[in-house]
Design a protein around this ligand. Structure first.
Ligand code: AMP
Ligand code: GLY
Length: 426
């Protein structure tokens, strides 16, 4: 089967690597891709915003499955346009992608379905927001409703800081995403990510992970898209995972289907493990980046068949072997370009040397070729990923690989996995 993968980050490199391993994959195309993805796929240049052009490409190349990596084309309805042309797609419809595209939509859904999450107020005006603030205690959690590339959440320590952030949001600081704002109750606990595949009816747990969102060691400094991750997340015990399925994922999928917006694809739940149990922080309508990289290292099934079953509404027919994960831990360290998450330096030279030996895998996130040489071309540049019998062992293997890479204008956190490593030490 011919497959088209859309996207250009480390998440898509990991997906390309896994898709290409499937005996069902005859030809993999990727758009726009990156130099790492080019090792697995033929790169093509399609405008994901031009749905007719993507559909025409799929017809022309007899594409049997389109995998949409990032959220923006999903929220924009690309999956609907392709399905309208009978092209199988892994990824939710525009209506279902509102679970990521509108924080207010998801909060209302949680309320209707009785899903545990932080208390909230939606508001479309600065005056309304100022009044709403009075109903919460510090710290204040303020969220631009729409897609804001992971930057739409502000945790304000004081009322003054909260008011300034609200003025920025309503003043257009987050573009259209800030036209509506959600103010939430602050939750405390450890964060973890839970993934599920669904075709709208059947639901299958698809792994757990923990991410490190802050740029600096010890979770300091500004938020990023994620500086590293590991899987599984043992903090999500079997018992907690069963609760997440029963209390959060299943009611979501059932309610979406009942309301005429069946969800198809991967549902990524960002969770807060509170004293009262797991609560939903947010949903994403795609795999996490870099969580996908660690999931794909461990995934042992046939990703093409699994995604196709999802796309075609046949997930219930998949055999158990399609859903097996290596029990070992996988850990990924993000190498970023100096300046990230502000303005990253572009063009820094990269030499991967022999970093990929001994089971480590380097996924490309933001790289380009310049006169035949690999250079940095984004904020997050490489995802150095390795496996081990424990998170401690996977961490040692990933850092040993990272140390072999020459990337003078790059940096990385030195403590990815620290919580779990401390627990493993006892
Ligand atoms: P989100 O983009 O919604 O995942 O939010 C980004 C980060 O903000 C999360 O990973 C949490 O660390 C934090 N956050 C979001 N909502 C809350 C909340 N209600 N209480 C505490 N922290 C939160
Ligand atoms: N790593 C967080 C995300 O993909 O949203």
């Amino acid at each position: 089967m011919n497959i088209l993968l859309l996207g250009s980050g480390g998440r898509e490199h990991a997906l390309a690597w896994k898709l290409a391993q499937s005996p069902s994959c005859s030809k993999l195309y990727a758009s726009p891709g990156n130099p790492g993805i080019a090792e697995e796929a033929e790169l093509v240049s399609l405008d994901a915003g031009d749905h007719a052009a993507v559909a025409a490409f799929c017809k022309d190349r007899a594409i049997g499955l389109v995998v949409i990596g990032p959220e923006a084309p999903l929220v924009d309805g690309l999956a609907d346009s392709l399905r309208g042309e009978d092209i199988p797609v892994f990824g939710p419809s525009k209506a279902a992608a509102q679970l990521e595209g509108s924080k207010g939509f998801t909060k209302d859904l949680c309320e209707r379905a009785g899903i545990p999450t932080a208390g909230y107020i939606r508001t479309t005006s600065l005056e309304g927001a100022a009044t709403a603030l009075g109903r919460f205690d510090a710290p204040y959690v303020l969220k631009a409703d729409g897609l804001a590339a992971g930057k739409g959440v502000v945790i304000a320590e004081t009322r003054e800081e909260a008011e300034a952030a609200l003025a920025d949001m309503f003043g257009g600081g987050f573009g259209d995403a800030g036209a509506e704002v959600v103010i939430e109750e602050f939750m405390t606990g450890e964060e973890a990510s839970f993934f599920a595949l669904t075709d709208g009816a059947a639901i299958i747990p698809f792994g757990t992970a923990q991410d490190h969102k802050r740029v600096g060691d010890g979770d300091t400094g500004p938020n990023t898209g994620g500086m590293g991750a590991y899987s599984p997340a043992p903090v999500l015990t079997d018992d907690l995972q069963a609760r997440v399925m029963a209390e959060i994922i299943e009611p979501t999928v059932r309610t979406m289907a009942a309301e005429g917006m069946p969800y198809s694809g991967v549902l990524y739940a960002g969770l807060m493990l509170t004293e009262q149990g797991p609560k939903l922080i947010e949903y994403n309508c795609r795999f996490g980046d870099p969580e996908c990289q660690v999931l794909m290292m461990r995934y042992q099934g046939d990703l093409v068949q699994t995604m196709l079953a999802c796309a075609e509404g046949e997930l219930a027919k998949l055999g158990a072997e399609a859903l097996t994960f290596d029990p070992q831990a996988a850990l990924t360290v993000v190498m970023a370009a100096r300046g990230y998450p502000g303005t990253p330096e572009k063009g820094g030279a990269i030499d991967l040397a022999d970093s990929e030996g001994r089971g480590a895998k380097v996924f490309h996130a933001g790289t380009a070729l310049s006169e035949g040489r690999l250079v940095a071309a984004g904020g997050r540049v490489l995802n150095v990923t390795a496996m081990g019998d424990s998170v401690t062992a996977a961490q040692a293997a990933a850092y040993s690989a990272a140390q072999k890479i020459h990337f003078a204008s790059g940096f990385y956190r030195s403590d990815i996995g620290y919580r779990e490593v401390a627990r493993e030490r006892g």
